[in-house]
Design a protein around this ligand. Structure first.
Ligand SMILES: Cc1cc2nc3c(=O)[nH]c(=O)nc-3n(C[C@H](O)[C@H](O)[C@H](O)COP(=O)(O)O)c2cc1C
Length: 398
């Protein structure tokens, strides 16, 4: 299962084609739009979020069921009418065309201008900016809907914005979905939320921006997604890569992550126990649901650090790309903080990677085939975990 996406920030819209989805999956644009709206929320975001993103499905769906053919998604950029002359696909630039020539430190502007040999750095920001994460969220939501059918559930929350952090143990607040969905900063802890709002207000007054830390948790994952047999099949690598590829993400942790450096092995690894009547169990989940690049049946726990937004209303020093004069970085309409949105994007990219791994493991062209193979696998795992039969019994019974 794969996808390709395209679309500029101020072009007509964003497009993606997903290939490899099974036939028979129930899909509604309202469900995808729900996640697009969640991505647009969050205290500290800029003006663009007045545009409500809505996905259109152009192929691959009939009467709300996938038909196995490529699923084409389209999200219109609602303010593209204001950019028609500047972003025209044909013709000449307008007479009053103002190229972007002041690269912003922390953005792709300078490196992108060099790489693609542009005069106008707008061509860099049009694709490097996080506008395209609307489509990554839509694509990931399709993966998520596929996995929700098999009992997966997804949750994200913000642990820190600037210096303001949640004041209770993250373990205690995991799973409090309702509170998080109502919080302006996706924070489950009232005190933490109040401090985060203050930090954002202060940064806005200072003409500055903020980053932070968020966490994504996925429950209902079977053991055995991904593989240790080859590096490119390791799910830890794929998931970390997908989260790191979100604009602004500078660090990704799985389970206790960096804290593993300072604890002995006896306090890092999760003991395996045999519970009478229940079978083999794990009594902790410091590994965050992954061992050897393979899901182990415990919830997946991934945390990520987002750097502060690079577009500052009091910009940092830069050099004009055209004149060579010292100047200040360009100022565009911009967010002060986008950590809550990045958490929703991360849910989506994680859902997509898990969906790809799930489809790899259970195969099939239609939902019934995948479902049959999935439930046979779960039964086998359950028998083996309960020690009801050994491998020879299992081989002969299949
Ligand atoms: C949801 C989201 C919204 C963002 N909004 C902005 C923004 O309004 N202005 C900006 O300069 N950067 C914004 N960013 C961050 C930049 O896109 C990012 O810092 C830039 O691409 C460079 O990051 P990189 O070095 O990790 O690629 C946003 C990122 C995300 C995930």
């Amino acid at each position: 299962m794969r996808y390709l996406a395209g679309g500029e920030s101020h072009g007509p819209g964003l497009t993606a084609i997903i290939e490899g989805l099974p036939a028979g999956l129930e899909l509604r644009t309202t469900d995808i739009n729900h996640h697009l709206a969640r991505r647009q929320m969050g205290y500290g975001r800029g003006g663009r979020n007045a545009e409500k993103d809505q996905v259109k499905v152009l192929s691959g769906l009939r009467f709300n069921r996938t038909i196995g053919s490529p699923l084409t998604l389209y999200i219109e950029n609602r303010d593209c009418s204001n950019w028609q002359s500047v972003m025209a696909t044909e013709g000449e630039p307008p007479a009053d065309w103002q190229p972007v020539t002041r690269p912003r430190p922390g953005h792709a502007d300078l490196a992108g201008g060099l790489k693609y040999n542009y005069d106008d750095l707008r061509l860099v920001l049009e694709r490097s900016s996080a506008r395209e994460t609307a489509m990554r969220t839509a694509v990931g939501s399709v993966g998520r809907i596929f996995l929700e059918y098999f009992g997966f559930s997804f949750f994200s929350h913000v642990l820190q914005i600037g210096k303001a952090a949640v004041s209770i143990d993250a373990g205690e607040i995991r799973g409090v979905n309702d509170i998080v969905e109502k919080s302006a900063v996706r924070c489950a802890d009232e005190n933490g939320e109040a401090a985060m709002l203050q930090e954002i207000d202060q940064a806005r007054r200072d003409g500055d921006t903020l980053g932070g830390i968020f966490e994504v948790i996925v429950k209902g994952i079977p053991p055995g997604l991904g593989s240790y047999v080859h590096p490119d099949r390791r799910l830890d690598g794929r998931l970390a890569g997908a989260v790191m590829a979100i604009q602004g993400i500078k660090g990704v942790e799985v389970g206790i992550g960096f804290a593993a450096a300072s604890a002995p092995g006896s306090e890092v690894h999760d003991p395996i126990i045999l519970r009478q009547g229940a079978g083999i169990e794990r009594i902790s989940n410091r590994a965050g649901g992954l061992e050897g690049g393979v899901t182990n049946g415990s919830p997946l726990i991934i945390r990520a650090v987002m750097k502060p937004i690079p577009t500052l209303s009091r910009p940092l020093p830069s050099v004009d790309w055209q004149t060579g004069e010292e100047t200040a970085g360009a100022v565009e309409r911009s967010d002060v903080c986008a950590v809550p949105s990045a958490a929703v994007v991360a849910e989506a990219v994680i859902a997509w990677e898990l969906a790809v791994a799930f489809k790899e493991k259970f195969g099939g062209d239609c939902l019934e085939e995948i479902s049959g193979s999935y439930h046979r696998y779960l039964e086998r795992c359950s028998r083996r975990l309960k020690k009801e039969e050994n491998r020879d019994d299992y081989n002969s019974s299949e």
